[in-house]
Design a protein around this ligand. Structure first.
Ligand code: F6R
Length: 367
């Protein structure tokens, strides 16, 4: 099952081009996105009646949800809120039949997320499970299911499930926009073309970043702290990168919105501290570069991640890594790859069992 890989985590990171291919096959059509499993339940009338979308999930799935929120908000005229399942159970806004509650879970068995589903159903909301596990409790109990076809994930740390979840939410956003007539046609057609290239772009990213990340991870061997900074979607991805480093490498890693550093966290930047600066989003690129200059001025060791074609960042950081250029909503999927690899190599260089980190379980069946 492991083939030539030493650990499931590595195998699953390298599974991603295929996992995303499987996710998209049959769903991306020349006319747009086809999701027959939802079409049966959601009439256009029902969709147009929606007042709000809630995305509810735990851990890495929650982080995928935050990226999905940006996709749904860009393509639909609907407010979208993301909550941790464990919080949503006790606190949420008004819920009724005009709310769509999306429960996002790789395993489909996370107790917090199942309780959140019960809460949503109690209030009569429409519910959608997005899960990697057909036949899971979540899938059986929600009104309908969209399967992320990532294949089984054995390592505790979620990698291919995360990128498949983001892809699922982007497909859902396009599908809803098409049916609700709110499709921003040009935006959607650019996104569809970019989705077709996605598995190949993920493959290229693995090749382009693997060796450099491995070398950088060896350098972090004795570091206790690491910071990840970015703006917009890069910030949302930074949260996931920090979680991966914490759980697999046991490094104290924190993510900050790059513009917020000066409001407090800059005090933690000391000479040599590693900072991963995500600068993939064109809209906020210049502002991110200003923030990178601020941490460089405090002598941090900065690794910048940017897109092919950018010739600015290389002069501002200690080391630069490139990922393919694509639609802005898909860049977090590509930029996730070097962060997953970093967690893997930083964990293995410290001698940790990366597939089974201490104190954690793959499926959390208690609240
Ligand atoms: C982190 C990780 C966890 C899970 C979380 C939710 O790498 O895997 O944070 O994402 O426990 O699990 P699921 O998605 O199965 O509900």
């Amino acid at each position: 099952l492991l083939h030539d890989y030493k650990h499931y985590m590595m195998k699953e990171i390298f599974d991603q081009p295929k996992a995303l291919e499987d996710m998209l096959t049959g769903r991306l059509t020349p006319e747009g996105v086809d999701l027959p499993e939802l079409a049966q339940i959601w009439t256009v009338e029902k969709l147009k009646n929606l007042r709000k979308v809630d995305i509810v999930a735990s851990g890495t799935s929650n982080h995928a949800g935050v990226i999905g929120k940006k996709a749904l908000e860009q393509l639909l005229d609907l407010p979208v809120e993301v909550s941790y399942s464990s919080e949503f159970i006790h606190e949420h806004g008004t819920l009724d039949e005009r709310n769509l509650v999306i429960l996002l879970s790789q395993s489909g068995e996370t107790a917090d997320t199942l309780s959140a589903l019960r809460e949503a159903k109690k209030h009569g909301c429409s519910t959608l499970a997005i899960t990697n596990t057909a036949g899971s409790t979540l899938s059986r109990k929600a009104d309908c299911t969209l399967l992320t076809k990532a294949g089984p994930e054995f390592a505790v740390a979620s990698t291919k499930a995360y990128t498949s979840q983001i892809t699922a939410l982007i497909l859902l956003a396009i599908w809803m926009a098409q049916r609700m007539g709110s499709a921003r046609k040009e935006e959607v057609s650019e996104l569809l073309q970019a989705l077709e290239r996605l598995p190949g772009d993920v493959d290229s990213t693995l090749i382009m970043t693997h060796d450099a990340i491995d070398q950088f991870a060896q350098l972090t061997y004795d570091q206790e702290h690491l910071f990840l900074i970015g703006r917009g979607l890069d910030y949302v991805l930074a949260l996931e990168g920090a979680l991966k480093l914490q759980e697999v490498a046991y490094i104290h890693a924190d993510a900050y919105a790059a513009g917020e550093m000066k409001h407090g966290t800059m005090a933690l930047i000391t000479p040599g501290v590693p900072v991963i600066a995500l600068a993939t989003q064109a809209r906020v690129f210049d502002k991110t570069v200003s923030n990178i200059k601020e941490v460089k001025a405090r002598d941090a060791f900065v690794v910048g991640i940017t897109t092919v074609g950018d010739d600015v960042l290389a002069d501002e950081v200690d080391e630069v890594m490139y990922i393919p250029s694509t639609h802005s909503l898909l860049l977090p999927i590509l930029a996730a790859i070097p962060l997953q690899l970093l967690a893997y190599y930083a964990g293995t260089v410290r001698g940790h069992d990366v597939d089974r980190p201490r104190n954690l379980a793959k499926s959390l069946t208690v609240e």
